[in-house]
Design a protein around this ligand. Sequence first.
Ligand SMILES: *[C@@H]1O[C@H](CO)[C@@H](O)[C@H](O)[C@H]1NC(C)=O
Ligand SMILES: *[C@@H]1O[C@H](CO)[C@@H](O)[C@H](O)[C@H]1NC(C)=O
Length: 595
Amino acid sequence: MSFGITRYPGSGKWPFCCGQILLHLLFFCYICHFVTGHMRYSIPEEMKKGSLIGNVAQDLGLDLKRLRSGRARIVSGESIQYTELKADKGVLVVKERIDREQLCGETTPCSFTFEMILENPMELHQITVEITDINDNSPTFKRDSMHFEISETAAVGARFPLATAEDLDVGFNGMKEYFLSDNDNFILKQHSNAEGKKYAEMVLQKPLDREANPSLSLKLIAVDGGTPQRSGTVNINVAVLDANDNAPVFNQTLYKATVTENALKNTYVTTVNASDADVGANSVVTYYFSDLSSSLGDLFKIDEKSGVILTTGSIDFEKDKKFELQMHAKDHGGLTDTTKVIIEVVDVNDNAPAISVMSFTSPVSEDSPPGTTIGIINVKDLDSGDNGQVSCRIEGTAPFKIRTNLKDYYSLITDSVLDREMISEYNITVVAKDSGAPPLSAQRIFNIKVSDVNDNAPVFPKSVYSTFITENNSPGVSVLILKANDPDENQNARISYILEGKNIAGSSVSEYVSVNVETGVVLAGRSFDYEQIKELVFVVKAQDGGSPPLSSNVTVKLMIQDQNDNPPQVLYPVQTGGSMVAEMVPRSADVGYLV
Ligand SMILES: *[C@@H]1O[C@H](CO)[C@@H](O)[C@H](O)[C@H]1NC(C)=O
Ligand SMILES: *[C@@H]1O[C@H](CO)[C@@H](O)[C@H](O)[C@H]1NC(C)=O
């Protein structure tokens, strides 16, 4: 810190004095002729108490004795409290802190003036002390912070006036310039008004983006030109106001979901979610389907607010295996995004197999070889996977089996030789069962009749029939009934009884007996004479109506019983006429002579 002394000879007229009141001027004029000198000192403000302002005695050419004898003292002037005359040393020192800013404010130069008076003879010396500025004040803002609310749509070039800073110091020490803390969006423009006061505004040079930076914290720094430099700061808070500059964005470009067929109404499917980087109403998103085919609208609904997709109708895997929904999100500003929801339908075993008969032959001949095809059936199951995997079998035991040749087609074939005479009719149950859990099945009963083949000959219960007949019978009398059995049916079991041709005693057997072809009744052909024929043996054939016919023989023995139909006759001696028989017996015949 340095200070100098400036001497101003003659009476001075100060701009500083101009404002004095009239009385003061009169007083000055009255004492004018005593003034012998005018001293001018310059010191910086804020000097320590007792600091030297100037050596008045030396500068005025007065010795210390004169000062003492003249009782030198400071008498008038404003601000005399700042200085003190040390008469014993002839120096003027600082008596009290001098604050230039308090003393003069913005006025420059800053000085105060007073008189030093000496008596015997009276002398009056005017002393002016100029106070030079030191940089003891920082630029200051009236408030700590500023607050701006700026829309993110604010155009580049938009201006925002900023608070001004004051620095009580003057000149170089006064307010010099502003700085804005580093940022991407704003630059600072500085201006001076007509009085030279500096002010600044910030200018938007890059658009704001609330989504990237919802608020900015800047500092406006005001610096003075002093050395060392002093500064003042005000915080600038910029709140970026939202504009609907962001469309909603779905979290996924594709959503996948599954739903079980036959799911109840209001079954949860999935939730779509879109976010909107804006805030407030600009970020409120609603969801909806687009260009829905009417059937989709019947099956699904979406909650407009939550994006939850629920079923509304019953879903049939057999109709639709997959759905694709076009989903939209829209914010209140009308900006939209689109995504896709693919809903796979999961099959449920809700369809039983269906059996349809393609061909069926009944009756089936009993001589059909094993493997003969009786029917062809087709089995369908609308479900898929295991739920549609069908197996076919015959319930119970029967001489039939099921064979698959083509997918879904089954042949019903004979598995062994059939015998109508044993079992003439089968009711077989074909069961088709899928592999679902639980499985579903269908069944169908086939009534199979076995048709007859002439594979059985008529059979007589006995190999030989014997019976008796009394002679002298009337011709045509029934002798016995022959009955053969044939297990075949109809024509194949229709038995004809035929007398096999054989001669008896030179004449045809048919002259003795006849057999009713249908009834098997054996009739006597004549009246038998025991005395002529005692026994008849003949063969009867039973023959069925099959083609070719089958037959069997049976032997019939007819024994003729005697009746007392002849008187005894004398055969010797032969009778000659009359009934008298003469026999000659010798006289000499002894007792015991055969007559
Ligand atoms: C087969 O079923 C039919 C009809 O139900 C019935 O009249 C018939 O007696 C059954 N036959 C056999 C051998 O069970
Ligand atoms: C039945 O008898 C006739 C005549 O005696 C004979 O030709 C035929 O072969 C016999 N048939 C049977 C099945 O024994």
